[in-house]
Ligand binder design. Structure first.
Ligand SMILES: [Ca+2]
Ligand SMILES: [Ca+2]
Length: 233
């Protein structure tokens, strides 16, 4: 039993290292769950693709933004975004490049901004810009949202995201499947906590670790798998 306590977590940790973190791939063909806060406009991919989602701070001081769904960012160190950015009235050189800038913000689940990066188009006289941005994910952060805003934009230099592609880089999350209570090893206490949680949602569990069979849900099957692991079968 003691050997099992020592060796099992090591084996499980090695298995976990082989799992790579995935950032949801957002693009203009799939904006399900994104939030555009412009009143009276229903967000749809066609709105974005046809350049009708505008970004600026209006005369009431409200920033028009586009916000992504909440996603899992465990094990991600950086989020990289490549955006095709269309600036509607930017064909004339008289407009200031800064006013066509696009900012990408990373927020926590409560919408609190944690970091941001601003990209300014470099080519005057054109209306379509390929912008590349990279944002660090704060250490320890498990879920996040992305938000696009053009803080310095105004009604004559507003624009639209024509397409946004995201990649992530970083280490894979070092998780120990079955260590439901997160105390560093897998034992019968994890089984008990998992059963309690499934019976009445009581107690704190680590959901990634509780999903022992890695099917993206926490269910009675995870209890079975966990017991199998403990029995060495
Ligand atoms: Ca444990
Ligand atoms: Ca599961």
């Amino acid at each position: 039993m003691i050997m099992k306590r020592v060796i099992l977590p090591i084996i499980l940790a090695m298995l976990a290292l082989a799992v790579s973190a995935q950032l949801p791939q957002f693009n203009s063909d799939d904006y399900d769950g994104w939030i555009y806060n412009n009143p009276n406009v229903t967000l749809s991919p066609s709105f974005i693709a046809s350049g009708r989602v505008t970004f600026y701070v209006n005369s009431e001081g409200m920033a028009l933004t586009l916000t992504s769904p909440l996603f899992n960012c465990q094990g991600i160190d950086n989020i990289n975004a490549d955006v095709l950015w269309y600036t509607k009235y930017f064909k004339d050189n008289k407009f200031v490049l800064d006013k066509a800038s696009l900012t990408l913000v990373i927020e926590d689940g409560d919408g609190y901004p944690l970091d941001s990066v601003t990209c300014v188009p470099t080519t005057p006289g054109v209306s379509t810009h390929q912008l590349s941005m990279s944002l660090p994910v704060p250490p320890g952060m498990t879920t996040a949202r992305l938000r696009f805003v053009s803080w310095t934009g105004d009604v004559v230099s507003n624009g639209a995201i024509k397409n946004a592609a995201f990649t992530s880089s970083g280490t894979a999350p070092v998780t120990t499947p079955g260590d439901v209570n997160g105390n560093g090893y897998v034992d019968i206490a994890d089984v008990t906590i998992l059963i309690d949680y499934l019976l009445d949602s009581s107690g704190d569990i680590l959901e990634n670790e509780a999903d022992v069979d890695q099917d993206s849900t926490v269910s009675i099957n995870d209890v079975t798998t966990l017991i199998d692991i403990l029995l060495g079968s």
